[in-house]
Design a protein around this ligand. Structure first.
Ligand code: G
Ligand code: G
Ligand code: MN
Ligand code: NA
Length: 252
């Protein structure tokens, strides 16, 4: 059996899972959200990471169905995480460029919110710089529509694209996620680039999340330079739904 035909049946067989990696405030360790990361629990091959099947899903068009499943599942979780009386927990969903080519993405999202009782404020969409750099018709409109519904927009892997900084002022962007290659590097210039990104975000009024934070030293450097939020193995690996639901809203 090919991976493609197996993927076709993975959704109906319940082999897909979302794991949620906490995002924390650097100052006090409070969890304010999480990133939903897709996993395929294959009965024979074991856990398959998304970079091994998202591309196949895109090439075969299966990404549409897959994306709908992710959206639905993430909205259900966000609704549970934001039950009465609980502090805000924003769930971030990764959307690939191919998913943006779907004409009625904003309607699909709106329908999903309604169906699951999820509020737009509980959802963030993570997109990559390349989506904005290779802009197709309708990208700006779709992003603007999602934003006006109340959904926030984050740029994932920020700094690894082609540095066409002009898109930052043309698009409705709430958050820059600094790519983990800048955080992990011991290179002096990486540290300077992190400071520069923090400065850009401050000037444009955008939030920043540092990705891939693994050490206390990295967290201290980020906090000292005014970064408010982080995500990474120092705080938590991505967790299955049952575990993120049980997690106290503060770690460390
Ligand atoms: O969790 P992991 O590091 O293996 O994720 C690898 C990549 O797969 C990440 O860059 C992430 O953006 C992407 N990814 C994870 N989950 C999803 C998803 O639900 N949809 C899409 N389109 N991409 C995802
Ligand atoms: O591209 P994107 O940022 O969506 O990818 C997220 C991926 O990064 C996930 O697969 C997740 O498992 C991985 N990740 C999360 N935290 C860390 C970390 O602290 N170190 C490393 N090396 N990878 C991480
Ligand atoms: Mn991401
Ligand atoms: Na990233």
């Amino acid at each position: 059996l090919t991976l493609e035909s197996e993927l076709r049946r993975a959704i109906e067989r319940g082999e897909l899972e979302l794991h949620y990696q906490p995002k924390v405030h650097l100052q006090n360790g409070t969890i304010f959200g999480s990133e939903a990361l897709l996993r395929w629990r294959h009965p024979k091959r074991g856990m398959i990471p998304p970079d091994q099947f998202i591309r196949i899903a895109e090439e075969t068009g299966l990404i549409t169905e897959l994306g709908h499943w992710v959206l639905r599942e993430a909205c259900e979780t966000a609704t549970e995480l934001n039950a009465d009386g609980l502090p805000l927990h924003k769930v971030a969903i990764n959307l690939s460029a191919r998913e943006f080519q779907c004409q009625d993405l904003s309607k699909t999202v709106a329908d999903c919110l309604e169906m699951t009782g999820c509020r737009a404020e509980w959802i963030e969409i993570e997109i990559t710089e390349s989506l904005l750099l290779n802009e197709k018709d309708g990208t700006l409109e779709t992003l603007s529509r999602l934003r006006s519904m109340g959904i926030s927009i984050a740029i994932d892997d920020f700094g690894t694209g082609y540095s066409a900084l002009n898109y930052l002022s043309r698009y409705p962007i709430d958050t820059l996620k600094i790519d983990r290659s800048f955080i992990n590097s011991t290179n002096k210039s990486s540290a300077e680039l992190v400071k520069a990104i923090l400065s850009i975000a401050r000037c444009l009024g955008q939030n920043v999340v540092a990705e891939g934070v693994e050490t206390v030293g990295q967290a201290a450097f980020l906090a000292a330079n005014g970064c408010e939020a982080a995500q990474g193995f120092l705080y938590s690996r991505p967790l299955p739904k049952s575990e993120i639901m049980r997690l106290p809203r503060r770690v460390g």
